[in-house]
Design a protein around this ligand. Structure first.
Ligand code: PRX
Length: 657
């Protein structure tokens, strides 16, 4: 990390908002002043931008920290706010979704049409007995039905748990089980990299009795969208085709009001243990901050902008900045099913040109992979419609930031680097495009109404020019309300470290520069960030040791030019296996195994077969030393190792490979 800090310290480039931008911008410097004057009144104003069936009189209840309640006595319907309200305001003909399938098929869906589709599905779900508080798992490709499914679940006061389509049957099963989902909404398959990638078989496997523990019990129905056209197995009585049940249902559905703290969704994310955490978000506060940040950070003008966030709805970015934020704001957005390079490496730029995208939000890993391919690809397209570019998911290195601005943004567009987490629900730190003088590589400033600090281990403010731990010092509207089924883990993970001060511990390192601006430096725990996706070392280790060939495993995140970090595993194999198989063969087998257990994103880039692992005298694996090896650095201080020779043996093994 120290080389990274040195590098960032030397970054002196500054970019002012383009001429004329501030005059038309939604956000202004005044927002900071208003929020500083009265933070709760500021958020109450933002919340009143939504439609409340019952207006709230309380803003924040923080009487039992860390369990917050925002706008607690108000009532609203999240789907009504994202749909019907725009139709009633006369914008029913405005396009909500400009959908582009990977093979090039397209659909434009207006707010009126999306409202009708969501209403139909809400009727279907209610007909299947799904009601307030029930959980519905969604395992879909990036098709309009994914957005519709989330909104239909929200409309009836039920709770969705979207599982990224790239996750394995095992991961899906554990998420369905943990949430006790009653219905699963899936597709036969979707297009990825020019081929149909099947999804339904993973659902069948997730719901099957595979280990004699009994058939998965909570799921009563599976609704299947036909997208890939691939053959699927069918369980009569349980499985229903979307095209049989949804078009047959009534296109109207009354959006009943629900209390502001009604759970909206659970989204699983990796933590420092092997078991993913079900992060719980509720309705009023979440939607308030989702809509506000989308409006001011992306500078959304719903009448004229064409917005595109490239995230999959399986991640928090897709929840907040594909489904909830932009639709609450009545924006028109692009939804794209496939990968950036299918069928050609200019696919994203072609889409920007085709739809005249004005606001574009993506991840640094994508930008870095485009840099690698070369500027000639985007330069082959007309990107002149772009006026705001956003970045999310991991620190963006200054070179990628500047390339993004120069090559994609014609040396003109503001870049907003937005820091936030699944847990924070919405953006927390970012420049405002018409206000902030931006610095390549820094997320810079807490958003209006958000209070952030960088502190030392004791919770003391570090002061400008210093590094430390990032904390949120006061509750915010879209904060997580808990971990599904595990209140103790919620308190322990985020609140115990600075319990005496009541700070939320984000798990990220950060530095304050001389101006007091914030530079994010990556995770300080055993969580990795690979291509903007969060992975836990412990989860991958437990997948590795679940294979019968493995005796022990240690996983580290090593820095990687394109993906930010990459998974590197050090594995001790059982002698009986080594006698019968080659180490290389077993490494290949284990890579595939991790892919099956968790999903392809978790597959280690490198697997090193070693004889021992570096451990302290108390038996703790020293991952720091393994990271040194994985990143090709000189190995650090080994004096606390039980056996100081271990590292030289490991290193010798790796360099002779
Ligand atoms: O380490 C931070 C990094 O991503 C983590 C959150 O991951 P996840 O919950 O999957 O949410 C990703 C999308 C919001 C954070 O703890 N992170 C996210 N955005 C940034 C970032 N690191 C630096 N700069 C960012 N802009």
């Amino acid at each position: 990390m120290s080389t990274q800090i040195d590098h960032l310290l030397n970054e002196t480039r500054r970019f002012s908002p383009p001429d004329g931008f501030a005059a038309q911008a939604v956000g202004s410097a005044d927002l900071y002043a208003r929020a500083a004057e009265d933070r709760e009144a500021f958020w109450a104003d933002q919340a009143r931008e939504l439609h409340w069936h019952t207006p709230f009189t309380e803003v924040l209840d923080w009487s039992t920290p860390p369990f917050a309640r925002w706008f607690g006595d108000g009532e609203l319907n999240v789907a009504y706010n994202c749909l019907d309200r725009h139709v009633e305001a006369g914008h029913g003909d405005r396009v909500a979704l400009l959908w582009e399938g990977e093979p090039g098929d397209e659909r434009a869906i207006t707010y009126a049409e999306l409202t009708a589709e969501v209403s139909r599905l809400a009727n279907v779900l209610e007909g299947l007995g799904v009601g307030e508080g029930d959980r519905v798992a969604i395992y879909l490709p990036m098709i309009p039905e994914a957005v519709a499914a989330m909104l239909a679940v929200a409309r009836i006061g039920a709770i969705h748990s979207v599982v990224f389509g790239g996750f394995s049957a095992d991961s899906l099963r554990s998420r369905i089980d943990d949430a006790g989902a009653k219905v699963v909404i899936t597709a036969d398959g979707g297009y990825r990299k020019g081929k149909v990638s099947a999804l339904k078989p993973a659902v069948d496997l997730a719901l099957a009795d595979r280990n004699g523990s009994g058939v998965q019990e909570s799921v009563e129905h599976v609704i299947v969208v036909r997208r890939g056209g691939n053959d699927v197995d069918w369980t009569p009585g349980r499985d229903l085709w979307w095209h049989d049940v949804v078009p047959a249902a009534a296109p109207t559905h009354e959006a009943r009001p629900f209390p502001a703290e009604t759970p909206l969704f659970i989204l699983y994310t990796s933590g420092t243990t092997g078991k993913p955490k079900g992060i719980l978000h509720t309705s009023g506060g979440y939607l308030t901050q989702a809509a506000f940040t989308n409006r001011v950070v992306h500078d959304i003008h719903p009448e004229t902008d064409v917005y595109w966030c490239t995230a999959d709805v399986g991640w928090i970015t897709g929840h907040t900045y594909v489904t909830y934020g932009p639709l609450a704001n009545g924006a028109t957005q692009v939804l794209y099913e496939g990968t950036p390079d299918a069928p050609h490496p200019g696919r994203w730029w072609e889409i920007i040109q085709k739809y005249g995208v004005t606001v574009f939000y993506t991840a640094p890993t994508a930008i870095r992979s485009f840099m690698k391919i070369g500027r000639q690809v985007p330069q082959g397209f007309d990107l002149s419609s772009l006026r705001v570019l956003g970045s999310v998911g991991e620190p963006i290195n200054p070179e990628a930031w500047v390339w993004y601005r120069d090559i994609i943004g014609a040396e003109r567009t503001p870049i907003v680097d937005t820091w936030w987490q699944t847990e924070t629900g919405a953006m927390m730190i970012s420049a405002l495009p018409g206000v902030t003088e931006t610095k390549p590589g820094a997320a810079q400033v807490a958003l209006p109404g958000i209070t952030i600090d960088v502190v030392d281990d004791d919770g003391e403010h570090v002061g400008t020019g210093n590094g430390g731990l990032l904390v949120v010092t006061e509750p915010w509207p879209s904060m997580l309300r808990g971990i599904w089924g595990d209140p103790e883990r919620f308190v322990e993970t985020y609140w115990e470290k600075f319990a005496d001060r009541g700070f939320y511990f984000a798990g990220d390192g950060a530095r304050l520069d001389e101006d007091g601006d914030i530079w994010l430096l990556g995770r300080v725990d055993d969580v990795m960030n690979v291509s903007g996706h969060r992975l836990s070392t412990a989860e991958i280790e437990s997948a590795l040791v679940a294979h019968e060939a493995t005796a022990e495993a240690a996983v580290v995140g090593a820095s990687d030019e394109t993906t930010g970090q990459a998974v590197v595993a050090f594995v001790i194999l059982k002698q009986s296996y080594l006698d019968r198989h080659s180490a290389e063969g077993l490494a290949t087998t284990l890579r595939a195994w991790v892919g099956e257990q968790i999903g392809p994103i978790a597959r280690p880039r490198d697997i090193y077969i070693v004889g021992e692992l570096p451990k302290t005298r108390s038996g703790k694996i020293m991952r720091r030393l393994l990271r040194d090896v994985a990143e090709g650095r000189e190995v650090g201080d080994t004096t606390t190792l039980a056996d100081t020779m271990v590292m030289s043996t490991i290193q010798a093994k790796i360099t002779t490979k």
